[in-house]
Design a protein. Sequence first.
Length: 179
Amino acid sequence: MRVTGGTLRGTTLLVPKTSATRPTTDRVREAIFSILYSANADLSRVLDLYAGTGALAIEALSRGADTADLVERAPSACAVIRKNLDRTGMSARARLYCGDVQGTLARLDRSYSVAFLDPPYADPQVAIVLATLGASGLIAVDGTIVLEHAHGRPPPAMIGALALQSDRRYGDTGVAFYQ
């Protein structure tokens, strides 16, 4: 797995040696950022929930984001994220929270321009996390939430204050964009 754009383009990232982490493929990451750029999305302050390898946040930092906060509960994945942030030189611009996503959301103290969510596809808490993001003030008024999901499980058109803007398919992966 490699960074697909920006100053770190081509840099190899580590992946946890466990089947519990399903990293976002290079092709899907490249498509996500292409869509965000074409929509003139603000990428300055990024939140990466269910961060796995940290690839989405690192990709955003490589492409010019000022800061990124990453949340991951699996200790082995947190260790890989730390290594990836160190090897890319992005540790100073990122904060890593190792713990439960819902619990961590209550502790965050910033507003984010983009939030990435790549949860386990069967996680029943995702709708709650999305609703929390929409109601919490953590996402800027003109911010974007990017949700990866199983293609066979389409996301709802509305979740609280969040409205689905588009939903794309890349093989078995769906990518939904909310505002």
